[in-house]
Design a protein around this ligand. Structure first.
Ligand code: SF4
Ligand code: SF4
Length: 376
């Protein structure tokens, strides 16, 4: 496969010069978004509206910049995401829309409608075959997303408690899955509690939508009801004492494989374009109702027709950056006997793993990890 082209702009601006949204518009035009036949076409712009309480998600101004460009080329854009598996503010379309509005995404600010891809209760999905899939036969993708003529992803690139980083493949693969689709990807392991580390704080219980975390008042330890645990992984990032782990040793790898295959299902057979902003690189996903201090500096905006090359380019840029002090990453590096993995994502969350996602994505033909970086 030929090298992909990944376009890049940093976040520097000059006084009275281009604004950040203007830089983003210039970047995506330089990267060739106008080569897509957008005229009269429905264009799904997949992004994450941020969980309520989280403020590291991408600002609506960036979405507006993409919407404006799509409209300039005659497209009919809409912003979209699918409902979540876990309790929180985005588990059905009504709450999801209210969350989006509260976080600043409205028809006025975005310049286009917002559609929740898998409908009111997260059940409006389509079975989509996965060309070359090894783990997924048919992916369950939000119907509105599959109905769109053109697919555009707009990703906040940041850390992730399971997959090392949340980038373009995660935004597409996991994000476009309906609730059943998300379950389909996650269901490959179960949580286990290390009683010696559990302090009985019960914080993890707030994260479990399945009542699978049971507190034993006598021992003051948490337990997992394996009959109820669906392996969604939501509780993993909630424990400040590293007391929760997955039983299945390769659960994260399998999750990564499935995510890559879901991404292939979403993008195959129609025009696609991808944008990823490495900014406010919090250690955990924007699905959290909080965001810890960034682990890495703001690096820039990336755009490409190749979702895999885009993730690789963003990851490479992050790995070359210097960790920020007073962050989860720098705190870990200062711990006595901490094993340095020479990988900022794994050093930030040692249980996480991301390379298997990119290698599997390449294996199934999602794109290439080889790219030329073109500065705009
Ligand atoms: S968050 Fe961790 S320490 Fe607190 S109850 Fe859950 S497993 Fe135990
Ligand atoms: S992994 Fe299991 S225990 Fe943890 S939040 Fe998901 S369903 Fe609940």
């Amino acid at each position: 496969m030929e090298k992909a082209q990944v376009y890049f702009s940093d976040f520097r601006t000059k006084a009275f010069g281009d604004s950040m949204p203007t830089k983003l518009k210039k970047l995506i035009k330089a990267a060739g978004i106008g080569e897509i036949d957008l005229d009269g076409k429905f264009a799904a712009i997949k992004l994450h509206f941020g969980e309520l309480g989280n403020i590291s998600y991408l600002r609506p101004n960036y979405a507006r910049a993409v919407v404006d460009v799509v409209k300039e080329f005659g497209g009919k854009p809409f912003l979209t995401d699918c409902n979540t598996l876990y309790p929180g503010s985005r588990k059905n379309a009504l709450e999801h829309l209210e969350c989006a509005w509260e976080n600043g995404f409205t028809a006025l600010t975005a310049g286009c409608p917002i559609l929740i891809g898998d409908g009111l209760k997260g059940t409006d999905d389509v079975e989509v075959p996965v060309p070359g899939g090894e783990y997924i036969d048919k992916a369950l993708i939000g119907r509105a997303i599959m109905d769109a003529d053109v697919f555009i992803s707009l990703t906040h690139f940041k850390g992730h408690e399971m997959t090392g980083f949340g980038g373009t493949i995660k935004n597409i693969g996991m994000g476009c899955g309906s609730r059943a689709g998300k379950m389909h990807q996650h269901n490959n392991g179960q949580a286990t509690i290390h009683e010696d580390r559990c302090r009985g704080c019960r914080i993890c219980q707030r994260e479990c939508a399945n009542d699978a975390l049971v507190f034993d008042a006598a021992s003051r330890k948490m337990h997992v009801d394996l009959g109820k645990c669906v392996g969604c992984g939501r509780c993993l990032g909630s424990c400040n004492f590293d007391a929760i782990e997955f039983v299945n040793g390769n659960a994260v790898e399998i999750l990564n494989y499935r995510m890559a295959e879901y991404t292939k299902a979403v993008v195959t057979g129609r025009p696609q374009f991808h944008i990823s902003l490495v900014v406010d690189v919090s250690p955990n996903c924007d699905c959290h109702g909080e965001n810890d201090a960034p682990i890495l500096p703001n690096i820039g905006m990336f755009a490409s027709f190749d979702p895999l090359a885009l993730d690789q380019a963003c990851a490479d840029a992050c790995l070359a950056a210097t960790p920020l002090p007073n962050s989860q990453l720098s705190d870990n590096l200062l711990k006595p006997q901490f094993i340095d993995h020479h990988d900022h994502f794994v050093n930030s969350t040692p249980e996480s793993e991301w390379r298997s996602c990119l290698s599997h994505a390449e294996k199934i033909g999602l794109g290439t990890r080889e790219y030329d970086l073109i500065r705009v």
